[in-house]
Every structure is written in C-alpha cells, then in structure tokens.
Design a protein around this ligand. Structure first.
Ligand code: SF4
Ligand code: SF4
Length: 438
C-alpha cells in the first residue's frame, strides 16, 4: 500500500524547523561505521545518511510513504550512535521521532493492527492496573512451569519463530511491582543531605523492583531521602519511538503535574531510556515553559552520584566486570565516565574493557519484539565481544539492556551475571555496618 504525494504526511507536516534540522546533514558518512543496522546489512538505506535521504525525499514529495519506506525507517534502533559520530550535529533521534509521529496515521496495513497497537500504547502501558494483571499472569506462567515447558520441550518447535524468540527472552517475573498506590518516603541514613524523587517508570516498576530497592538503599546510605510519588506514569519514550506522539504528550503532562506539585530539587532515574526521554521534554520548549526546569532536574542515578560526596564501599567484591553502555545513557545523555568511575571505586573489582561497549545491544524498547531478526544479529555481535572478555559479570544501566543481555547469555549458555549498576554498588555496600538489608 502506498500513499500518494498529496497525502504524504511528511510532505505536509515537516515545517521550517524540521527542514532546517534535515539540512544540517553534510552527507560525509562518518556516522555509517557506527550504525548497527548498516554494519549488519551494508545497505545505504539502512544507514543514518540513507534514512536522512529518505526523510528528505519524502519531505520534498519525491517518494511515496510505502512499505519500503517503513522497512528502512522501522529498522532503525534509534540508538543515536550516529549523533555521537556526527561532526555536523544532526539531531537524528529527534528527526526519527518526528518522522514516525507524522507517518503514524498511515503506517499500519490493517485497522486491526492499528487498534492493537493503539490499545497497547495508550491503554496498557500507562496503566499500572493493566500491567499488574499482565505481569501476574506472566508470574503464574513461570511458576506453574508452563514457561519451562514451552522453552525446553517439543512445544518450542510448534511456536512460530518470532513467538519462540520472544518467549525465550522473557526474564523471571516478580510477583509484585515496586511502587505502591500511595506516596512512599524512604528516610536518609545519618545526616540528611537532601530529598530526591524517584521516577519508577512502567515496565521497570513491575519487572525490576530489586533495582529500585537497591537504588533507594544507595541514596539513603549517602544521606538522601527518597520520595516516590504514586500518581506518576510511563515517561512516554516507547510511544514516541512508535510514532504515538499524542499519547506521549499526554503522559508528559501527567508527569509534569505530579512532579512539579511537590517541589523536588532532583528527580532520579535508573532507566537510561526514560531519563533520555524526560530530558528531551525541554527541547520542545523554551526557558519560559514549565517543562524546562523539570527536565533540568532529571538526573540519571550515576550522574547524580558523581556530583555528591559518595561513601566509598569498604569491602572488596573480587569480580571481573565489563560495562555495556546503554545507548540512551551514552548517546542520549552523554553519560559515560560516571558509571565507570562508580564501578572502579569498588574495591577488589577488576574493570575490563569491552570492544564496542558503546554499540547497541539490540534491545531498543520494543525493537526486539518488532524487529526480532535484526535485534538478534546485533545481540550476537555484542555477546561475542562480551564472551571474549572472560568477565564474571556484565553491568549496564537500563532495564531493556538487562533483559536483552540476559537473553544473550542464555542463548550462548554463558554463566556471567547481568547486573544493573545499582545492584552492583548495593552489593558492594552490603557488608558495611548499618547499611539496610535487602
Ligand atoms: S539511530 Fe542507530 S540504528 Fe538508527 S540510524 Fe542512527 S546509528 Fe543507525
Ligand atoms: S555524520 Fe552527520 S553529517 Fe555526516 S552523513 Fe552522518 S548524519 Fe550526515
């Protein structure tokens, strides 16, 4: 199905600002070797420069918005490695978000797939009620052994390849989410140095309650009171990557109202994807807009810890560690030194370098579900590099990367642990006298 020039949504929706952003590309090609999809298939149209050509051609009304157009646009991980490599400052992530947003209305082959996608994005993801029900069913699926059966017996061969892959990637599901339905406050240990809010997110809150608990213990131990506002919602990053800018903005408005009402100085994130998105709120506005101070308050946990006098872990861990940099931390927020400093500050830990540590692992939000084949190719490359280090443990700072890397470990039968950086630091603190027990 193609959509003719007159209804080409990029042609009609790209304004002066978007055209200017596109024209910043000088077609030098420096970004190509950093692009995971270009590395895998070598096609210009699956490189950042090729995708920018496509956007420009669509903007000028020279091509139709067809299935072929979406093939190349959808295959982009929005990892933003190309932004880091670009000498011209092209805001590729922003352009991709706009492109997906303005083509959202024509991207689905059938109204059924559009309905399902809209239902997941606008009803399920922002609702902790829906998510709780779904994750409880997932918990039951694992507890009853059904998940084991569909993964390890002849049953797995009955499943279509895509479903089989998704089924294999499901991590252990906890029974309960972390946040509660009322505001929670966790008090500082010792002298109180400040008060921060924790952004708990949507899926992370349900799948990684232990990471939130570790984050809070670390902050309390370093003198910070942590408050979790109960009425916060999903950050909207998944929506914007899927082209649903409308729902993303609705979620943004809820979060702005929840966090602005309570005069927090700092809002801590331990999910790189959510942090990069919350910091982007300001790009849509000028300094007079209320989103500006909000996004300035948003700090990744590692970024925040680098600015305060951090208590040193006292007891050694004796672990060989590699750090895999989440795209939305290094490319999306420019944070790379801080997590490494934290790891190196732990006594007994050997920090090993990892080839292409700044390259995507193939997780990219819902990408591992929607573009499973490419996601697995990207993961395979990452796991080969990780396996060659001989580390005991891979540390990252984003829940999607944790799931993807654990899936990679399982696929390769590797026994390395995959930890969030908060879990590693929490473990290093745990033998200290007075540190709260998990
Ligand atoms: S965002 Fe990542 S996958 Fe997309 S074009 Fe840039 S480097 Fe390639
Ligand atoms: S590096 Fe930047 S300017 Fe050069 S081709 Fe890539 S996006 Fe364009």
């Amino acid at each position: 199905m193609s959509h003719k020039l007159l209804i080409n949504p990029i042609y009609t929706s790209f304004g002066i600002k978007e055209k200017h952003l596109l024209q910043e590309c000088i077609h030098c090609g420096f970004c190509l070797p950093t692009c995971p999809t270009y590395i895998e298939n070598g096609k210009e149209m699956d490189s950042p420069r090729g995708r920018l050509y496509l956007m420009e051609a669509a903007m000028n009304g020279e091509i139709d918005i067809s299935e072929r157009f979406f093939e190349h646009i959808d295959l982009c991980l929005v990892c933003r490695a190309c932004e880091t490599a670009c000498p011209s400052g092209v805001q590729f992530g922003k352009l991709m978000e706009i492109t997906r947003d303005v083509t959202h209305s024509v991207r689905y082959k059938s109204s059924v797939s559009k309905l399902i996608s809209n239902f997941i994005l606008s009803v399920i993801i922002p609702s902790h009620g829906w998510l709780s029900t779904i994750f409880k069913l997932g918990w039951l699926y694992q507890k009853t052994g059904l998940h084991w059966v569909t993964k390890n017996t002849f049953m797995k061969n009955i499943l279509p390849a895509k479903i089989r892959n998704i089924n294999e990637s499901i991590p252990p599901i906890p029974f309960k989410r972390f946040a509660k339905n009322n505001v929670q406050t966790f008090h500082a240990i010792g002298e109180k140095k400040g008060r921060v809010a924790l952004f708990t997110g949507c899926v992370m809150d349900h799948l990684f309650p232990d990471v939130h608990a570790a984050t809070i213990r670390i902050l309390n131990w370093n003198g910070y009171e942590v408050v979790i506002p109960s009425d916060q919602t999903c950050c909207g990053a998944l929506h914007v990557h899927s082209g649903d800018g409308k729902t993303s903005k609705q979620l943004r408005d809820i979060n702005l109202s929840v966090f602005s009402d309570r005069s927090f100085d700092i809002i801590i994130l331990n999910a790189a994807g959510c942090g990069a998105h919350l910091k982007q709120y300001k790009q849509e506005n000028n300094k007079d807009n209320p989103t500006y101070p909000f996004s300035k308050k948003v700090k990744d946990l590692t970024e925040f810890l680098a600015t305060v006098p951090l208590r040193n872990p006292e007891f050694p861990l004796y672990l060989k560690v590699v750090y895999d940099e989440p795209c939305h931390l290094i490319h999306g927020q420019g944070i790379s030194v801080e997590p490494k400093q934290i790891i190196k500050s732990i006594p007994g830990t050997t920090f090993l370098s990892l080839i292409e540590s700044d390259a995507c692992c193939g997780s990219a939000g819902s990408y591992s579900i929607t573009e499973t084949e490419m996601s697995l190719k990207v993961l395979e490359r990452k796991m080969n590099h990780i396996a060659s280090t001989g580390a005991d443990c891979v540390v990252t700072a984003n829940p999607g990367c944790q799931i993807q890397l654990q899936w990679g470990m399982n696929r390769k039968n590797l026994s390395m642990e995959v930890l969030h950086i908060a879990e590693l630091l929490d473990r290093a603190y745990q033998k200290s006298n007075g540190y709260p027990l998990p």
